[in-house]
Design a protein around this ligand. Structure first.
Ligand SMILES: Nc1ncnc2c1ncn2[C@@H]1O[C@H](COP(=O)(O)OP(=O)(O)OP(=O)(O)O)[C@@H](O)[C@H]1O
Length: 357
């Protein structure tokens, strides 16, 4: 197990900024994910760690070793590419054995290691098949076996599930996670899929336009998003603009419409948001936080149902509350479903909102 440190790493392609100022310390054995929309710099950062790109500035270390300008084959990394990059005309065995042959291991050692790697990815006995005779999911496993067979200190995965259909993607993500836990290997994972990132990662780095937006555990990022971008990219959220009316100790009153005040709202811990009376603020309220206001008298939002979706697990509402259009998600407990045009009253819990920059 080995740590990975990026110290103020940046990459420019002529005038185009790939990434800027990436400062991270990935712990030995950690599952760390780069998450963000297309073009945000995830792959560029991963490629610098793999050695396919050298940074324009900054340093990269594996443990104590400075690897910033070390070529890829001298780094102790195994990589799975988005398109798998397998040799289609070679067999599964030959593909997985490739890195071991380059390293000039003995035939016996290669045989043992390849068989073990194929077992790890649940493809035992498949060595003689040709790559073009395999399904997409099986090819993905071969790519994983090829990365693991060299027993790397660090596993790098670039969108490894994006070519699989939805069901297979979910199954494979659990398998990758289980394997990673069993092997205890430091893993860096690139995805644009927030659900995948949340389910698999110890920590996530959220990126946008080459900039790091937030680094934290899935829970921190979901419950305490650093800014509007993170709040809306991770899961769904309602962003409500309002004006601070009053602050008493840790409690804030915000006016969100001429006749609607939310009172006693908890301040965020560690927030940089200006919460002085009169300041404009944005509240992030997750749809599952807004619930039926039965029994509540304060912080109740009265509105009309614009859209009502019954999904089985939940009822998802779009509700119009004066100028705000809000999403609410009620878990299906067998309650009545409100239909379009009916009224709805939603309660805002004081400590489940979050002020975002
Ligand atoms: N070889 C290159 N030459 C020039 N610009 C590049 C190169 N590689 C990446 N870029 C630019 O750097 C930025 C980051 O790209 P990168 O591929 O890292 O994003 P990404 O988040 O991995 O996106 P995707 O999910 O689409 O792969 C983009 O603006 C991209 O156009």
């Amino acid at each position: 197990m080995i740590s990975v440190t990026l110290d103020k790493v940046a990459k420019k392609f002529d005038q185009v900024v790939g990434v800027e100022n990436v400062d991270i310390q990935i712990q030995p054995g950690e599952f760390f994910t780069f998450l963000g929309p297309s073009g945000c710099g995830k792959t560029t950062t991963l490629r610098m760690i793999a050695g396919f790109y050298y940074p324009s500035s900054g340093r990269i270390r594996f443990g104590e070793q400075d690897v910033t300008y070390l070529p890829p084959n001298k780094r102790n990394t195994g990589m799975v590419f988005q398109n798998y990059a397998l040799f289609p005309h070679l067999t599964v065995f030959e593909n997985v054995a490739f890195g071991l042959k380059v390293r000039k291991l003995s035939k016996g050692e290669i045989q043992t290691r390849v068989e073990r790697a194929l077992e790890q990815v649940h493809l035992p006995g498949m060595g003689s098949r040709r790559i073009d005779q395999l399904s997409g999911g099986q090819q993905q496993r071969v790519a994983l076996a090829r990365a693991l067979v060299i027993e790397p200190g660090i596993l790098l995965l670039d969108e490894p599930l994006s070519n699989l259909d939805a069901k297979l993607r979910e199954e494979t993500r659990s398998e990758i996670k289980r394997l990673q836990l069993d092997l205890g290997i430091t893993t860096i994972y690139v995805t644009h899929d927030q659900a995948e990132a949340m389910a698999m990662s110890d920590r996530i780095m959220v990126m946008e336009k080459g900039q790091v937006q937030q680094i934290g555990t899935p829970k921190e990022i979901y419950n305490r998003p650093a800014n509007r971008f993170v709040a809306s990219f991770i899961g769904e959220t309602n962003l409500l603009e309002g004006t601070v009316e009053q602050v008493t100790g840790e409690e804030v009153t915000v006016q969100i419409a001429p006749s609607i005040r939310l009172t006693g709202l908890s301040r965020n811990a560690n927030s940089n948001v200006n919460l002085n009376p009169g300041s404009k603020v944005v509240l992030s309220i997750r749809p599952e936080v807004l619930q039926a206001a039965t029994g509540w008298t304060e912080n109740v939002l009265n509105g009309d149902v614009v859209l009502s979706e019954f999904t089985g697990v939940s009822v998802n509402y779009l509700a119009q509350v004066q100028e705000h259009t809000l999403r609410a998600m009620f878990v299906n407990t067998g309650m009545d479903v409100r239909e379009r045009g009916e009224s709805i009253a939603l309660h805002v819990p004081k400590d489940r909102i979050y002020f975002v920059e």
